[in-house]
Design a protein around this ligand. Sequence first.
Ligand code: GDP
Ligand code: ZN
Length: 458
Amino acid sequence: MNQDTIAAIATPSGEGGIAVIRVSGDEAVAVSDKIFAGKKKLAEVDTHTVNYGYIREPDTGVRTEEVLVTVMRAPRSFTKEDVVEISCHGGFVSVRKVLDLLLESGARLAEPGEFTKRAYLNGRIDLSQAEAVIDLIRAKSDRAFRIALKQSEGTLSKRIKELRHRLVELMAHIEVNIDYPEHDVEELTNLFIKDKCSAALADIEHLLQTAQQGKILREGLVTAIIGRPNVGKSSLMNTLAQEERAIVTEIAGTTRDVVEEYVHVNGIPLKLLDTAGIRETSDLVEQIGVEKSRQALSDADLILLVFNGAEPLQPDELSLIEQLRGRQVIAIINKQDLPQQIEIEFLRESFGSEHVVPMSILAQQGIADLEKAIAGLFFSGQVESSDLTYVSNARHIGLLKQARTALTEAHQAAESFVPIDMIQIDIRNAWEHLGEIIGDAVSESLIDQIFSQFCLGK
Ligand code: GDP
Ligand code: ZN
C-alpha cells in the first residue's frame, strides 16, 4: 500500500488543555522524526509507546514545544497505517506551529474525515461504522452521542448482517429448487418465500421507524413556540432553556430575528425557534404572513401553541387552530394559577386531550406533563429503545427503502406464482441494497456463500 502521509489537529481548537496532532501513513514515523528530538529516534522505539521529547525546527535546530509522542505501527492503529500522535500543551499558536512543521517535512493536511475514510478503506471498520464516527463528531446531545457510539461499535451492521444472512438462506433454498429439482430437499413453496419475505420486511420496517427518531435525536426536534402576545411563550422558552436567553420583558422591537436555542426535554433535544415576528404583534394571523415566521412555522416538526387560560379563546386563535390541522401540535394552557376562562373542552376536541397540557409556567407547574406529551408524540411515550439501534443516516434510509421495495416485489411475485428464478432476482436486489449499507455488496461472492452454507452431498 502506498498511502501519502496525512496530518491534522485531532482535538477541538481553542485555548488550553492538551492538543493532539495525528499523523497517519507510510511516512508517519519518518516525517515525525524530522521534527522530534527525544532520547531515541521514533523509528527505533517500540510500537504503542509514549515518548517524551521536544519539537525541533529542522532548519535551525531550535527546540520549542515539549511533547509526548505516541507511536502506533500498522496494522494496530485506527487507520491500520503507521500512526503518530503528538500531544502538546494547547494554545492554538503552538499546535498550529507543530502542524506547520509536519507539513513542511512531508506530510499533507488531512481532508475532513480522511482518517476515518482510511480506516474504512483499510478494512478496519465498515461503512456504517465510518458514517457513525462522523455522526459522533456532530452529535448534539448525550443521547445522540450514545446512539452514534453504538452504531460505530456496529449494532446496525450486526442487524444488517443478520438480515442478509437470512436472505442468503432463502436464496439458497430457491437455488436448490432451481438447480436440483429432483433432489430430496425441503419442498420449496411460495408460502415459504412469502413467510421469509414478510419477516425480513418487518425487520426493515422496524429499522425505518427508528429513522425519524434517530434524526430527531441527532439534529433536534425543530420546535416553534407560538401564540398571542403575553401568553407566556418567552417564559416557556426560558424555563425549558433554564437560562435567561430569550427576552421575557416586552420591549417592542428588541427581538426581530428568530431566536434559536437547543434544550433537552426528557432527553429529547429540541431546537427551539422563538419566532419574534409571531409573538410580538397583536394581530397573530396577519403576522404569520411575515415570511420569516411563516417559514419557521412550516419547517417545524413540533409546534407548541401557547394559550392564556385566564382568557377566552380569541378569534385569531381559532383561525390558527384551523390552520394547524394535521400538524404535530401541543396546546399549552398557561396561567393555571389564575381563574380559568378558556374553552378547554374545545381545545381537547381539536387537538386530542393527550395533546392539551395545562401549565403554570410562573409556578413551574406542568413541565413534566409537557415532557410526557412530547415524548408521546414522537416516541410512543418511550424515548429510549431497548437496543439503541437508530438508523440516522440518509444513505442508509434510502438503501433500506430500496430493499423494502425489492422484497415487497418478491412477496407479490410469490403470491401471483411468478417463476421462481424471477423472484430470486428481487431477493438478490434486496440483499445487495442491504450490503451497500455496510459497504460490501460487491466484494462478496454470493454463490460461494450460498454453497458454503448448504451441504447438498448429504
Ligand atoms: P410572551 O409574550 O408570550 O412571550 O409572554 P411572556 O413570556 O413574555 O410573559 C408575559 C407575561 O405573563 C409576563 O409578565 C409573565 O411573567 C407572565 N406569565 C408567564 N407565565 C405565567 C403564568 O403561568 N401565570 C401567570 N400568572 N403569569 C404568567
Ligand atoms: Zn414575549
